[in-house]
Design a protein around this ligand. Structure first.
Ligand code: ATP
Ligand code: MG
Length: 242
C-alpha cells in the first residue's frame, strides 16, 4: 500500500470530460514525489481529492489507507498528520503572518507556547516579516503558506506548486526544508512545472496527461530503464508530445 494513493479514480466537473479517467498511483512512504503534467492536466484536482476537499466520482483517494472525505475519527486522526499547501491558499489578510501560522498550529492541536516558538522560528527561517498579510506580496504569501503547512512537522506533506512565483533564495530554503522533512521520515507529494527543481529534490515522479497517468516510479529507475532518457526533460517531453 502506498502512503498516498489513487485507485481507479474518475473525476469530472459538470459531467463534462473526465479530468481524471481511471487514474491509479501509489506514492511510497518516505519518498519525495513530483507530480507533473501540463496546465489543466488535473494536478490540483488530484490534490483536492486526496485532501478530501472534493469527492471522487468513482474509485478511491486515500492517505495512509484512509479516505479523508469521510467524516470519521480515523479520517480526523490522519488529517492531523498531513500538511498541505493549495494552489490558491487561504490566509487571513487581517491577521499578521505570525497570527496566521499560530492559527494553523492550534487547529492542528499544538499548544499555545509551542505554536508561538514554532511560528517565530518559521518566520525567521522563511525570512518573513511579521506584518499584516494584507501588506504581503504574492511571493511572500506563498512562503507564508508553505510555513503554515509544516507547523506540525507533518508525516505527509502535500504541496501544490510550492515554489511557483517564489524568489530564488526562498526556493532554496523551501527545498532545504522539504529535504529535512524527508530525512526525518516524512512523505512529500508536490506538483510542479519546474523540471529542474524536481530533478534536484524528488526521488520519484508521476506524470499525468489527458486524464491518465503516463509515467510513475523512481526517477533513477525510469532513467536507467530507457536508454533514450538522459534527463527528466526527455522523460517529460516523450510522454507529453505523444
Ligand atoms: N471547480 C471546477 N469546475 C469546473 N472545472 C474545473 C474545476 N476545477 C478544475 N476544473 C477543470 O479541470 C481540469 C484540471 O484542472 P486542474 O486545476 O486540476 O489542473 P492542473 O493540472 O492543476 O493545472 P495547472 O498546471 O494549470 O495548475 C481543467 O480543465 C479545469 O478547467
Ligand atoms: Mg494546478
Amino acid at each position: 500500500m502506498g502512503m498516498i494513493e489513487l485507485k481507479n479514480t474518475d473525476k469530472s466537473f459538470d459531467n463534462v470530460i473526465k479530468v481524471l479517467d481511471n487514474v491509479s498511483f501509489a506514492v511510497q512512504k518516505n519518498s519525495i514525489t513530483g507530480y507533473l503534467g501540463p496546465n489543466g492536466a488535473g494536478k490540483s484536482t488530484t490534490i483536492k481529492l486526496l485532501l478530501g476537499l472534493i469527492e471522487v466520482d468513482n474509485g478511491e483517494a486515500m492517505i495512509n489507507g484512509v479516505n479523508l472525505y469521510e467524516d470519521s475519527d480515523l479520517s480526523i486522526q490522519i488529517r492531523k498528520s498531513v500538511g498541505c499547501m493549495l494552489e490558491y491558499d487561504t490566509l487571513y489578510p487581517s491577521l499578521t503572518a505570525k497570527e496566521n501560522i499560530k492559527y494553523w498550529g492550534q487547529l492542528y492541536g499544538l499548544n499555545i507556547n509551542e505554536t508561538e516558538i514554532k511560528a517565530e522560528n518559521l518566520l525567521k527561517k522563511m525570512k518573513l516579516k511579521n506584518i499584516s498579510v494584507s501588506k504581503y506580496s504574492n511571493g511572500m504569501k506563498k512562503r507564508l503558506s508553505f510555513a503554515k503547512s509544516i507547523i506540525h512537522d507533518p508525516e505527509v506533506l502535500i504541496l501544490d506548486e510550492p515554489t511557483s512565483g517564489v524568489d530564488f533564495e526562498s526556493r532554496l530554503i523551501i527545498r532545504e526544508i522539504i529535504k529535512e522533512l524527508h530525512e526525518k521520515g516524512s512523505t512529500i507529494f508536490l506538483s510542479s512545472h519546474d523540471l529542474e527543481e524536481v530533478r534536484k529534490i524528488c526521488t520519484d515522479i508521476i506524470i499525468i496527461n489527458q486524464g491518465q497517468i503516463q509515467v510513475q516510479g523512481k526517477l533513477n529507475d525510469i532513467m536507467q530503464n530507457n536508454e533514450n532518457y538522459n534527463n527528466i526533460e526527455d522523460i517529460y517531453t516523450s510522454v507529453i508530445t505523444e
